[in-house]
Design a protein around this ligand. Structure first.
Ligand code: BES
Ligand code: MN
Ligand code: ZN
Length: 486
């Protein structure tokens, strides 16, 4: 979408589709109040009313979007409003909209503009690539939006627009990768996506294929991928340079392009959703793109362990003992606990950058879906300040995270008799023992693990800017974290 800024007043601006954010405790501008309304439209958050002003104001259509009371408005209210606006404009086939508001509220213009733009771009997202025979109405897209603001707020709003666009492009890129079927997004394809991203944004990209993984001893990724004809990859994407006083952050993503469970095979019911088992890596791709577009003054290294977990005569077995890249041996008790095994190589690899923080995202455990549902991502970390910074970024972006402990007792639960560590710790604390497994490969570096098993993929949207399917979770969250750090 082309999104730009215009100075002036919304109601005096010619427009096919004007969007006015209305607050329940701030009177509507008098021209609008004269039109009618008031009675049924209370400007409650999420309420909308589409008007045809017939010359009373300059716009042909005027959409009132309720924001609730000015004191309770947050950035997320604007994000929801942007999504409602684009969806309503689309439903009447208006290809361009203008938007603005009057009155003073506590959210800074920069943040409200960013969130509104995110709402426009995220709320307009659809995955239609594989649908044929759609009508023009079904594929109709809003192509242009103009934010109408007072001159004194123009600079702040322009900066919000740029940030909102860079962030939502990253989210929608991640959503596309996850929504694609496992047959299309293989480990090799993720490697190609990384190369393309690198070429487009000037990132240094390295993709290790199977022979390279064998030569360099990536025993975890290789074991998980050995049952599939789609060979595994390890992907390194580097933005910025080390050694210039800029903090180095490693972002690590789980890129299991399909998780059948392997020989410890999953039940058929719901297995189709396991194409989303590369959502952590998709978030890393989206983040690398967003960070590069925002030109953040940081050194960010994206690391992806990618494999397909399949049962076959070449698959790894329960009872196998693997040597990971770190040299640590792993007893495999369940081939469906594959993410932690593949990730162990990436987490160990991350240490070579001596990073300020290693932040890892993975659809790691079903237990996390049970614990926190689809609303909240679980975070586990070895550094309290890091966990708190991520939690607070979650509040700011409404991609909420909640901490679980990684106390030493949990590490005891994954000790093995025959190897250094075993890949499952039993049903109790299933998400935490998985986190403890990961933390066993990050040395003394500050580490945070985000378990996005519940938040990466939705059966049903519950907010206007969501859609069924991939969410792109992690991109908004960690962009916020990285911008605060920069
Ligand atoms: N990818 C799954 C976890 C998952 C479950 C993601 C539901 C999204 C939705 C992971 O590889 C897995 O299979 N975990 C097992 C671990 C168990 C065998 C210890 C699980 O959670 O059941
Ligand atoms: Mn699994
Ligand atoms: Zn998995």
């Amino acid at each position: 979408m082309n999104i730009s800024l215009q100075t002036g007043e919304l109601l005096h601006t010619l427009s096919d589709f004007a969007v006015l954010a209305a607050f329940s405790d701030i009177p509507l501008p008098s021209d609008v109040a004269e039109l009618f309304v008031a009675e049924d439209f209370t400007a409650a958050a999420g309420q909308t009313l589409l008007l045809y002003p017939r010359g009373v104001v300059a716009a042909r259509r005027l959409l009132l979007v309720g924001m609730g009371s000015s004191s309770s408005v947050t950035a997320d209210t604007f994000r929801r409003a942007g999504a409602l606006a684009v969806q309503q404009a689309r439903s009447v086939q208006a290809s361009a909209l203008t938007a603005g508001y009057e009155g003073s509220i506590a959210v800074p213009f920069r943040d409200s503009a960013q969130a509104f733009v995110e709402g426009l771009e995220l709320g307009g997202y659809r995955f239609l690539r594989y649908r044929t025979g759609l009508t023009a109405a079904q594929t109709f897209d809003v192509t242009d939006a103009v934010l109408v603001v007072r001159p004194k707020n123009a600079a702040a709003v322009q900066s919000g627009i740029s940030a909102g666009q860079a962030i939502s492009r990253g989210v929608n890129f991640a959503r596309d990768l996850v929504n694609e079927p496992g047959s299309a997004v293989t480990p090799a394809r993720l490697g190609e996506e990384a190369q393309a991203l690198g070429a487009r944004l000037g990132l240094a990209v390295t993709v290790l294929d199977k022979p390279a993984l064998i030569a360099q001893g990536f025993g975890g990724i290789l074991a998980v991928g050995q049952g599939s004809a789609n060979e595994p990859r390890f992907i390194v994407m580097e933005y910025g340079n080390p050694g210039t006083g800029k903090p180095t952050i490693c972002l690590v993503g789980k890129g299991i392009t399909f998780d059948s469970g392997g020989l410890s095979i999953k039940p058929a019911d719901g297995m189709e959703k396991m194409k989303n088992d590369m959502a952590g890596s998709a978030a890393v791709f989206g983040l690398m793109q967003t960070v590069a577009e925002l030109k953040l003054p940081l050194h960010v290294v994206g690391l992806v362990s990618s494999a397909e977990n399949m049962p076959s005569s070449t698959a790894y077995r329960p009872g196998d003992i693997l040597t990971t890249l770190s040299g640590k041996t792993v007893e495999v008790l369940n081939t469906d606990a594959e993410g932690r095994i593949a990730l162990s190589d990436a987490l160990f690899y991350a240490q070579r950058y001596h990073p300020e923080a290693i932040i890892e995202l993975s659809t790691l455990t079903g237990a996390m879906v049970i614990a926190l549902g689809s609303q909240t991502t679980g975070v586990m970390g070895t550094n309290e300040a890091l966990v708190e910074a991520i939690r607070s970024a979650g509040e700011a972006t409404s991609e909420r995270v909640w901490p679980l402990p990684l106390w030493p007792e949990y590490f005891d639960m994954i000790k093995s008799e025959v190897a250094d560590i075993k890949n499952i710790g039993g049903r109790p604390a299933g998400s935490i023992t998985a986190g403890a497994f990961l933390a066993s490969f990050t040395g003394d570096y500050p580490f945070a693990h985000l378990d996005i098993a519940g938040t990466a993929f939705l059966d049903k949207a519950s907010k206007p800017y969501e859609a069924a399917g991939a969410t792109g979770v992690g991109v908004r969250l960690l962009t916020e974290y990285l911008r605060k750090l920069a």
